[in-house]
Design a protein around this ligand. Structure first.
Ligand SMILES: CC(C)(COP(=O)(O)OP(=O)(O)OC[C@H]1O[C@@H](n2cnc3c(N)ncnc32)[C@H](O)[C@@H]1OP(=O)(O)O)[C@@H](O)C(=O)NCCC(=O)NCCSC(=O)CC(=O)O
Length: 461
């Protein structure tokens, strides 16, 4: 069994003693997410001759120093979410000396095994993830842990509160940190490119009807308490295993050809004009993986399946929100069907068509922050314990997480560990830059075996 040892727990503060206190309101998109479980991203860096001396004398100090420089740009991440009794909704509050909890640890686990795509107990990754400190009226925004695997490499884990970071923001923060770390030791002051320089301007998110408070009240009704503590999980998650699967560009094209063939035939049968289907890598990946998941879970044929994803609204709001906006600007969208719709011969085409219709609706602006959006999702979460199957997604194939090179090379593997709290699949642009997608999956052991066979068999000619 691998040994694990915490070396130190410190706090990294922004690199300046001249910061002043400030507060930042939560927008409707922040209050939508604020009690959801934190997102845990884990980056593995392989250095086969990494000695403890080099790690503790060079890597850790450089990571701390560059984090401190990064926090100066990202001050709200060094802050806390607070909820004083007289405030109707929580807000972000920074005061000088606030900082990020930074844990340094060591593990004897087998790095190669942890980072392969094979099946592993989901709990194996848990020691590498830092916990966010949260209470009813105060919550840390992020926590960071660096773990050394002597002579093998190290990992960087970032746990982030969903009230402040959506996927685009959190991957941008890590890239900014990596970018500043890479510049240490070079001539000149480390600086950030404009696309990595964050904007926290909350006025770009309009909410004339006060939907933010609707969401705060929804959370209050759901959790029965006025608290900043996050949900521990949204699904029962004991005895889970996790594994990574990959769809190459060619696999995607194969799925695309099959889906378009079926949908065009359906149109001909119904004598309809051929309609454009949004057959993107994202839609085809979800359709294919969701079908394999429903088949592997072997639920009743007439069981209800609710499936969906989160869309980034930055370019879709009017006026658009800047791409460097850091905060939440994402909403979830779901549709429903029965398990039979997935398991029938044309299941992948059925799901792809449904997802395509939702994306077209998003483009038409039909799914911006709506008053009942959160209450619907909370109802869905409740229904999961009553036999409804839920299928969701964390991350995105548009996030280049493998681009986060701190100076010691690109990550060997990136995981979203928190999918074992939500049951979602994790999407990441493939490491090899070939246009493929990596998919992280958590399931019970037998289901995972079935899923793996279905996934491979479905791609055979
Ligand atoms: C709604 C969508 C999911 C739909 O995606 P689609 O790929 O189907 O459609 P699209 O219009 O965005 O893209 C059309 C084509 O352009 C390409 N394209 C568009 N933008 C791109 C970008 N920035 N980088 C690389 N490719 C891009 C797409 O890959 C696709 O081509 P091709 O077909 O060749 O690929 C997406 O637009 C979106 O909003 N993605 C971001 C979702 C997100 O933020 N998730 C994180 C949620 S928070 C979370 O989960 C927590 C966390 O991550 O921390």
């Amino acid at each position: 069994m691998a040994l694990f040892n915490t070396h130190e727990v410190t706090r990294v503060t922004p690199f300046s003693d001249s910061t002043t206190e400030f507060s930042l309101p939560l927008t409707l998109y922040d209050t939508f997410w604020f009690n959801f479980p934190p997102v845990e991203r884990l980056y593995f860096y392989q250095i086969t001759d990494l000695t403890p001396h080099f790690f503790y004398s060079f890597i850790v100090p450089d990571l701390k120093h560059s984090l401190s420089l990064t926090l100066l740009h990202y001050l709200p991440l060094a802050s806390n979410l607070i909820w004083p009794l007289d405030a109707p909704k929580p807000f972000i509050y920074y005061s000088p000396n606030d900082g990020v909890t930074f844990t340094v640890a060591e593990s004897t686990a087998d790095f190669n095994s942890l980072t392969d795509n094979g099946v592993h107990e989901a709990v194996e990754l848990h020691p590498l993830i830092p916990q966010l400190v949260t209470s009813d009226d105060k919550a840390a925004m992020i926590a960071i842990q660096i773990t050394l695997f002597p002579n093998q490499g190290f990992s960087i884990a970032i746990t982030s509160h969903h009230a402040i970071l959506d996927g685009k923001s959190s991957t941008m923060f890590t890239k900014s940190w990596a970018c500043l770390c890479k510049q240490l030791g070079k001539d000149g002051e480390p600086s950030l490119l404009p696309e990595l320089t964050p904007s926290f301007d909350r006025t770009v998110i309009k909410d004339p009807t006060g939907i933010d408070m609707e969401y705060v009240n929804n959370w209050f009704a759901y959790t029965n308490t006025r608290s900043l503590k996050v949900l521990p999980n949204v699904v029962q998650n004991t005895d889970w295993v996790r594994a990574t699967f990959e769809l190459t560009r060619d696999d995607i094209q194969k799925i695309r050809n099959q889906v378009l063939l079926i949908l065009n035939k359906d149109n001909e049968k119904e004598d309809k004009q051929p309609r454009q289907v949004h057959s993107s890598t994202f839609v085809l990946t979800l359709a294919y993986v969701f079908v394999c998941l429903v088949k592997a879970r072997r639920g009743p044929d007439n069981g209800r399946v609710v499936f969906g994803f989160t869309a980034d609204l930055r370019t879709r709001l009017e006026p658009p929100v800047p791409l460097n906006y850091v905060g939440n600007c994402v909403m979830s969208h779901f549709c429903a069907a029965t398990a039979r719709d997935f398991t029938e011969e044309n299941g992948v085409a059925f799901v792809a068509k449904k997802l395509s219709d939702v994306i077209k609706g998003i483009e038409r602006g039909e799914f911006e922050g709506k008053k009942d959006a959160l209450s619907e999702i909370l109802r869905l979460i409740k229904s999961l314990s009553e036999g409804v199957q839920g299928l969701g997604v964390a991350g995105s194939n548009q996030f280049d997480v493998y681009g986060s090179d701190f100076r010691w090379g690109r990550p060997k593997k990136v995981e979203i560990v928190s999918i074992d709290k939500s049951g979602a699949i994790a999407l990441t642009k493939s490491r090899d830059k070939s246009g493929g997608v990596e998919i992280g999956v958590v399931l019970k052991k037998q289901e995972m075996e079935d899923f793996a066979s279905l996934f491979v068999d479905g791609l055979k000619d």
